[in-house]
Write a protein that binds this ligand. Structure first.
Ligand code: ZN
Length: 415
């Protein structure tokens, strides 16, 4: 039976996996405006002294090669063979359950495992936690979340709330683990720390670890990582699939740093909020006016980003601007991430935090988790191994507690 399976998988490798090879590419640049311009076509994974590094599909690469003056250099092709030789997965993974992470990354939670874990946590903490359904993905999967408040949920909407979202982007699996494992940390703190328990009598935390389940499943399917970023929605009149969920939010949507080409990994969608995965975020935030602060977890680079992303301008309300900077600086003392305005990297519009702050005044931060840079070639920045999970969770608990303390009146950080 296993031999038959191996045979079938080897045939399918030829047709599907190799066909989906992606390329590690470097592109030299002279000025910041060239970096900002590139962000209209592709996702920039990291920026070095004089080149940017990214992982592209064949189609994306072709599009870039057609642009005058650009000199993209292919550093490597990321095929199954390469992944195997770097030890990310073994032949054993081909034979194992095709919806699991590779053996090397077994500690990462699949979509099903996230839901089992959330159910378990709520069962063990039934007085202080509740399960909720944020919404459903394009393919109909539930986006499950947990509410946490020490005294239950009778006066939920009168308590200032912090929200944590994970994995808008499929391949950023570490950004599922951090909010998920944070729930257990928060539970432990409520048991051990009287001050924290008192704080949690006056606060609500909402955690949704996996915003993009369809994409996350696609990225690990068949035992090989696909470097997939978007969701899996079918695009009208196109053979290409998926919208970049962090370019589809409806504040200054489509004003730079996103693409109108469906085959781009930063495709913004036909209009704002076309995608069910983030339409559910919109509805949830609109119906929970108690939400004052937010963290959207992503990988990688070790950064704490605050608005604006769509513009190089500062926030017009001076006190808000100062509070964002102050909070980012404070939080960076614990996790050692670099605090900066999101557009300082490159301009990008339609992201969660521009919308959360621009539309609702929520003090929203994007945390780009570890590692700082891709190790070697082949985009290992997105797949850093499961051995780093716990240390990344530990590094981020104090920033979360700090933000929670300042969730009722964020401007008080300026006093
Ligand atoms: Zn991301």
């Amino acid at each position: 039976m296993k031999l038959l399976k191996l045979f079938l998988i080897l045939i399918s490798c030829q047709s599907t996996i190799y066909a989906q090879s992606v390329y590690q590419v470097e592109i030299p640049f002279q000025s910041q405006s060239e970096v900002d311009d590139l962000a209209n076509y592709i996702h920039i994974d990291s920026i070095n002294a004089n080149n940017i590094s990214t992982v592209l599909t064949k189609d994306e690469l072709k599009d870039l090669q057609n642009i005058d003056g650009l000199n993209p250099t292919i550093v490597g092709e990321v095929s199954t063979a390469v992944q195997s030789s770097t030890g990310i997965f073994s032949l054993f993974d081909f034979l194992a359950d095709t919806l699991e992470f590779p053996t090397r990354d077994a500690d990462y939670h699949t979509y099903d495992e996230v839901n089992v874990e959330l159910n378990k946590l709520v069962k063990e903490n039934s007085k202080h936690m509740q399960l909720f359904e944020l919404g459903k993905s394009y393919e109909g999967r539930k986006q499950l979340g947990v509410k946490i408040s020490y005294d239950g949920f009778a006066n939920e909407l009168s308590k200032p709330a912090l929200v944590m979202f994970g994995t808008h982007h499929a391949r950023e699996h570490l950004s599922t683990e951090v909010p998920l494992l944070m729930i257990q940390k928060i539970s432990d703190l409520m048991k051990q720390d009287v001050d924290f328990r008192d704080l949690m009598r006056k606060r609500v935390i909402y955690v949704v670890p996996l915003i993009n389940p369809d994409g996350a499943i696609h990225d690990i399917k068949d035992g090989v990582y696909k470097f997939w970023r978007k969701n899996r929605s079918k695009i009208k009149d196109s053979k290409h699939v998926g919208v970049d969920l962090n370019r589809n939010y409806g504040y200054k949507w489509g004003t730079g740093g996103s693409s109108s080409n469906p085959r781009s990994s930063v495709y913004k969608g036909e209009k704002a909020f076309t995608e069910p995965e983030i339409l559910s975020v919109k509805k949830f935030v609109e119906s929970h006016k108690n939400i004052k602060t937010m963290i959207s977890f992503h990988t990688y680079s070790e950064l704490i980003l605050y608005p604006w992303g769509h513009s190089k301008s500062k926030i017009a309300k001076t006190d808000d601007q100062k509070a964002f900077v102050e909070m980012a600086n404070q939080m960076s003392k614990w996790n050692n991430y670099k605090p900066m305005q999101a557009s300082g990297l490159y301009v990008a519009s339609g992201d969660t935090c521009d919308w959360a702050y621009g539309e609702h005044g929520v003090f929203c931060f994007t945390f780009e988790l570890s590692p700082t840079a891709a190790k070697g070639m082949f985009g290992l920045g997105f797949y850093p191994g499961d051995e780093i999970i716990q240390s990344v969770v530990d590094a981020n608990i104090d920033p979360v507690v700090y933000l929670l303390e300042n969730t009722a009146e964020p401007l008080k950080v300026l006093e």
